[in-house]
Design a protein around this ligand. Structure first.
Ligand code: AMP
Length: 280
């Protein structure tokens, strides 16, 4: 069945109610400028659901920096080409007024999950994410929704939101897709110059080397080592590196604390902000 582009909630609901689109719905929310990372989510959704919806919507309420929103890459035609043949049947690409006919004034409370890392450095970001994702879930009504581990904290926030709102959707966490250099794929990578893109590969390379230094260095020494190593590249500037408990996202004080640990990082490459993470 060929893929259909819909722009309104009404069209989407009509398509989902049509006889040839019956069955479990898998949903992949994106902001477009699609790459292999997004496609890996779509492929998984296609394997696990007879009906797959991909949304493409650059959500204004999750941007705390107006320039970042303005700069964010948009290319619907290229996105549709990439999705063609992926097995996804419906692409939902609404205009902002379709999602926000009225301003969304809801305030979520994710407790300690949102006071660290991205939440701390991008005030209001996760509130915007929760606003748009809850609205999209309400429109698409998926049984399963797919999110990348690249946005590690976002995944924790979405899981918490689903719990708080008691939504009947299963959240599926998908592995990080990387470029050959190791750089985590991101729509923002396209905004980097060739030189910057090369330098940006240092981020994941350093995180991998850091996993070998556990025990030899304390958590704090390791975080300092990662910062210094990355900042050694004139193109890169670490905003934060934080080793956290993978469940609670709270900073880990020592390697002997029990529980899974993840190292999360945000780095400026020029004006472009990149995030990544690795399991310790
Ligand atoms: P975005 O368009 O950046 O909002 O991303 C849409 C979804 O794709 C989110 O769930 C992201 O975590 C996921 N995603 C983005 N980049 C990657 C990647 N490199 N590997 C896996 N998933 C990704």
């Amino acid at each position: 069945m060929s893929m259909i582009l819909v722009k309104t909630k009404k069209e989407l609901r009509e398509q989902l109610q049509s006889a040839d689109r019956q069955g479990q719905v898998g949903f992949v929310p994106t902001m477009g400028a699609l790459h292999r990372g997004h496609l890996s989510l779509v492929e998984r959704a296609v394997k696990e659901n007879p009906v797959v919806v991909v949304s493409i919507f650059v959500n204004p309420t999750q941007f705390n920096d107006a320039d970042d929103l303005k700069r964010y890459p948009r290319n619907l035609e290229a996105d549709l080409k990439l999705l063609e043949g992926s097995g996804c049947q419906l692409v939902f690409a609404p205009e902002p007024e379709e999602i926000y006919p009225e301003p969304d004034t809801r305030k979520f409370n994710f407790g300690n999950l949102e006071t660290v890392m991205e939440g701390k450095h991008r005030p209001g970001h996760f509130n915007g994410v929760a606003q748009v994702v809850s609205k999209l879930f309400d429109i698409v009504k998926p049984e399963k929704a797919y999110f990348g581990l690249k946005d590690f904290q976002q995944l924790a926030i979405i899981n918490e939101m689903v719990k708080q709102l008691d939504l009947p959707v299963e959240i599926v966490a998908c592995d990080i897709e990387r470029e050959d250099s190791g750089l985590a794929m991101s729509s923002r990578n396209g905004l980097l110059s060739q030189e910057q893109r090369k330098e940006a590969a240092i981020i994941y390379d350093t995180l991998c080397r850091a996993t070998q230094l556990v025990g030899e260095k304390s958590v704090q020494e390791l975080e300092e080592w990662v910062t210094e190593t990355i900042n050694n590249s004139p193109a890169l500037n670490v905003e934060y590196i934080e080793v956290v408990d993978s469940e609670t996202l709270q900073p880990v004080g020592s390697w002997s604390e029990k529980g899974d640990k993840t190292g999360c990082i945000a780095v400026f490459c020029g004006k472009i902000r990149l995030i990544d993470n690795v399991r310790f």
